[in-house]
Design a protein around this ligand. Structure first.
Ligand code: BDP
Length: 655
């Protein structure tokens, strides 16, 4: 049964307000897709590479290496893109290199891109860690700060200066982290000449993964007509069996343009259409987007085709962009997380973008293997610890119904100087970039603004209040969280979040070797948080290192048996608290991953339930078995009558 028309219209109007709030951002960052009006040319493969080993790392800029072929400036090597450069060579200096490295690729672009002035040619970098400067044929076209989000530049005018279409792309990338970058870091020069050679420095980081660097995601050209669809925002809702897709399209390059928007189902049938830059599409007999294992047909996606026509005194323009759309709602109450008004429990993992040889470089075989492992495990979700993952991974999540907590790169904010205005403004900007990129993914159900900052420091209160509010203003349709290290007494972020996410390592970093304390300590922890804040809780990290193949029974730390028994003790408490307010459990970590060298890490962090090569340890079978098992306490759970705690979201209003 449908809601009365008046109520539906009110809801649609409210969604428009949401969309307007979400459009504080200037310009879109739509994923490049081919269409009848757009071409994509990927530049993955071998690039030319040179690390600037000069003492101040500035030789490349002083000598303007971007002005001529890189091989004319000095010795160069082959470097695959996308990939981190660190583990590609046999040179320890490259592995641990800090400073500017230079990449270059030469190609010829199609003649019509040069000749046809009605085509826009855009160069896009999926991500490069951390600071990047980009030149095309020696002309600086863009620069970008931040290692995990895309950036692009229109380069048609530069290319047109050379009618042969020859194109030399030079990208300088610097992995130096400062107290004001995200994540923060700090370079320390060691000046005691009795202990360190001249110029010796180290980069301190406050996070537990290797600071892999280079061009990590695809670099590509894409084209659009001069008048084009710059951005699309969708917000979805439903009432009984009618789906509602509120959309807003922003156009660039034309003062007026005609827009036709069509929603197409998986069979290729048009199910709704509309004209104009905003509107509400109504879908009868809607197929909702459901998470994996909650429905026989999870991850249902419609295709929203946006067709633009415009004209100027010289020519006419047609642009077509097709966006995958999943129709679903997200709500939070004081004890539950609701997807499509049904309680959702995060049976999840934390991941890293990390693997042998390629480091953090995007790698399709690895991505597909990981999704197969997630399904084997019965996992329905993950957190993008501790930075935004590749768009290609989120697209897989959309298609497979894997639910995502989308985390910013704000990991390791530990120094008081990283709470100042410079850092805060940068953090706000990064949240804008993240929301702009990921706002249309149905799999993304929550934003995480940071992991384990030093939230006890006095400026943390204002800092996180501001970042969380800004994130909500950017996207009022999703809850916002911030991941706390286990210290209930000092936490400053919790009053502002919608869901409490807590990490703790009982019997590991606290009371090492004493698994018998886990249940008591975890119960106390949960009750403290929930009594005070009345918000649902996710156990956002728990786990123990296990060196694969090391066995001792009775268990001792670092063995596969110990990892298993830690998990089993945590699970006892999860099973009790799940009936109350616990809404998820995310193991730390899906797979072993590389870290900087240190006395607590044996060739990386070994808390994976899979090895770095994706082979299961004993603990993986514990999780697989747990997730296959029905949870008796849940069978009677239904949506509570309590009002939603997120007064701001559309989906809350309608639940
Ligand atoms: C947590 C951090 C995570 C670390 C983990 C560990 O959030 O990044 O890798 O500890 O020490 O506190 O294994």
């Amino acid at each position: 049964m449908c809601l009365p028309v008046r109520q539906q219209v009110l809801r649609a109007l409210w969604l428009f307000a949401v969309l307007d709030a979400g459009l504080l951002l200037d310009g879109g960052m739509l994923y490049p897709r081919e269409s009848s009006s757009r071409e994509v040319k990927e530049l993955s493969g071998l690039w030319v590479f040179r690390a600037d080993r000069s003492p101040n790392r500035k030789q490349g800029f002083d000598e303007a290496w971007y002005k001529r072929p890189l091989e004319e400036t000095g010795p160069v090597i082959d470097m695959p893109v996308p990939a981190s450069y660190n583990d590609i060579t046999q040179d320890p200096e490259i592995r641990d290199f800090i400073g500017w490295v230079w990449y270059e690729r030469e190609l010829v672009v199609p003649t019509r891109w040069i000749q046809d002035e009605s085509i826009r040619v855009v160069l896009r970098v999926g991500s490069a860690h951390y600071n990047s400067v980009v030149w095309v044929n020696g002309v600086n076209v863009t620069q970008h700060e931040g290692g995990h989000l895309p950036f692009e530049a229109e380069v048609g005018d530069v290319l047109r200066k050379d009618p042969t279409g020859s194109c030399r792309i030079t990208i300088a990338v610097n992995n130096t982290l400062t107290l004001y970058t995200l994540p923060p870091g700090n370079i320390q020069y060691m000046n005691d000449r009795t202990r360190y050679p001249d110029g010796f420095f180290v980069q301190s980081i406050y996070f537990d993964f290797f600071n892999y660097a280079g061009i990590h995601r695809p670099v590509l050209f894409y084209t659009t007509p001069k008048a084009y669809v710059d951005d699309i925002t969708v917000v979805t809702d439903f009432s009984d069996n009618t789906g509602l897709v509120s959309y807003k399209v922003s156009v660039k390059g034309a003062v007026t343009a005609a827009l036709k928007v069509t929603l197409i189902d998986k069979q290729g049938h048009c199910v709704a259409s509309s004209n104009g830059p905003f509107g509400v599409l109504k879908v009868q007999d809607v197929n909702l987007w459901w998470p994996y294992l909650t429905h026989e047909n999870p991850g249902y996606l419609y295709s929203m085709e946006v067709r633009l026509s415009a004209a100027d005194e010289r020519t006419t323009y047609e642009d077509v962009y097709t966006l995958p759309v999943g129709i679903r709602t997200v709500n939070v109450t004081s004890t539950q997380f609701l997807i499509n008004n049904k309680p959702f429990y995060f049976h999840g993992v934390n991941k890293h973008e990390d693997s042998d040889i390629r480091g953090k470089g995007l790698d399709w075989p690895l991505i597909v293997k990981d999704f197969n492992l997630l399904k084997w495990l019965g996992a329905n979700s993950f957190r993008t610890s501790h930075y935004p993952y590749a768009e290609e991974i989120l697209q897989m999540c959309d298609r497979h119904g894997i639910v995502v907590i989308d985390e910013s790169p704000a990991v390791g904010i530990k120094d008081i100087r990283s709470f100042g205005n410079v850092s805060l403004n940068h953090h706000l900007f990064v949240m804008e970039e993240l929301v702009r990129r990921d706002k249309n993914h149905p799999s993304v159900v929550m934003w995480s603004v940071a992991n384990e900052p030093a939230s006890e420091m006095p400026p943390a209160d204002y800092y996180f209040k501001t970042v969380i509010k800004h994130t909500r203003d950017l996207d009022p349709t999703r809850p916002v969280t911030f991941v706390s290290s286990s210290n209930f007494a000092r936490d400053k972020g919790a009053p502002y979040v919608d869901v409490i996410c807590i990490n703790n390592y009982f019997s590991w970093y606290h009371d090492p070797g004493h698994v018998e304390v886990i249940t008591l300590q975890l119960n106390t922890e949960y009750d403290n948080w929930h009594e005070k804040y009345k918000k649902p809780i996710i156990q956002s990290e728990y786990g123990a290192d296990a060196v694969p193949g090391v066995h001792v029974d009775p268990p001792v730390m670092f063995t596969e048996e110990y990892q298993k028994v830690v998990l089993q003790n945590y699970h006892k408490v999860f099973d009790q608290k799940r009936a109350q307010y616990l809404i998820g459990e995310l193991i730390w970590n899906f797979a072993d991953f590389m870290t900087t060298q240190g006395v607590t890490r044996v060739v990386g962090n070994k808390k994976g339930i899979f090895t770095r090569q994706r082979q299961p340890k004993a603990a993986a079978f514990i999780l697989k078995e747990r997730r296959a098992r029905p949870v008796p306490s849940l069978t009677s759970t239904s949506v509570t009558a309590e009002g939603p705690s997120l007064g701001l979201t559309s989906t809350c209003m309608q639940s």
